[in-house]
Design a protein around this ligand. Sequence first.
Ligand code: NAD
Length: 419
Amino acid sequence: MASSVYDSPVFDIANAQYERACAWLDVPQDAMERTRRPKRALVVQVPVRMDDGRIQSFEGYRVQHHLSLGPTKGGTRFHPQVTLGETAALAMWMSWKCALAGLPYGGAKGGVACDPTKMRLGEVERLTRRYTQELVPFIGPETDIPAPDVGTNEQHMAWMLDTYSVAVGRGTPGVVTGKPVIVGGSLGRKEATGRGVAFTVLRSMEHLGIAAEGATVALQGFGNVGSHAARALAASGAKVTAVTDHTGGCHNARGLDVRRLQEHVSARGGVAGFDGGDSLAADELFGLPCDVLIPAALEGQIHGRNAPKLRCRILAEAANGPTTACGDAVLRDSDIFLIPDVLCNCGGVVVSYFEWVQSLQNLTWTEAEVNDRLFRIMEKAYQEVLQFGKTQGLGTRDAALAIGVQKVIQAKRVKGLFP
Ligand code: NAD
């Protein structure tokens, strides 16, 4: 394969998965090549005046993977490891996820290579606004709709919404999702990804005959997704026994007090120093015996070296792309039940879709309405993956990706090729 600007270890993971799905679907080579790389990508320089008066320039990206099922949709990541290749991989995963859930979107992703944990609030606001300004010609409620991801949250979406609205001269709530409820966000969006993760975990426990009450859960990442998944699982009777993040880790065999841990993380910026358990080294987490292991941080965390050491019964991929191709090969030969990322964490984009619909139509749904619709869509996708895997003799990842990839390839086929 010819080299490309997207070449990176994370894009390799996404591509290896795509090739497996295409091989199984028997997609012709030319049709496969058409969707292997993103349709469009924008790279921007983002100069920011820092609090000490210096101007620091950051590199930002927005990638739109395909445009065949509607406008594109995907999160915004602020993290030092953000690259064009990683952003492209995340956009590709969004494509399969949206198609699997039946949402009218192509996949997109954006991000800025920066370390927001080392920046002052005003600096982050100026970075967010300048990045958004650079994206104005590329995004919009009918073209590409950003949302939060690692390192961004509701506040960043409010700044993005405001910056875009000022640029186009009118309030445009449909340009982002995951915004605060007061400015048109949806009830239940903040919690949706974690809730959806918990939904797929509880369904899988039922499937495997594991009781939720007292089941043990270990988590990597305690940000938006990890913390809400932990809360929802604890509310169902599970015990969250171990959590690690970029600052450290914590373990308590009797179960951590999730609410208190969340307060600690809000106040201190990370799990390190939490007094509700013993400290745990980051690399010890994956080898702990537990019923459910939930990677909810970054890509590539489960690989050829640590995959053979996993001692969980269910691996719930809350993060995008947490498993490398080598790690995946090990998992396929194990008896661990895998909930693949495109299914496990799709609750976020499902409720983002609800938020977008509400913004475009000036509607407000209740949280009960949002959750009810969310669980119905997730139930359908979950059953489809299980059923397809069973009838076709495929594992859950291959089944989920085959369904998603097939829908995109079919849409392209039926629409034809311009000109
Ligand atoms: P977040 O920024 O709220 O939290 C990220 C978490 O990862 C933090 O706890 C951080 O400490 C931890 N982390 C960062 N680097 C780490 C490292 N090197 N080792 C261990 N932990 C590390 O982000 P989030 O929104 O919770 O996203 C987490 C994952 O879920 C990402 O893969 C993201 O793409 C995926 N996801 C998010 C959403 C969403 O709605 N936010 C939707 C779908 C998927």
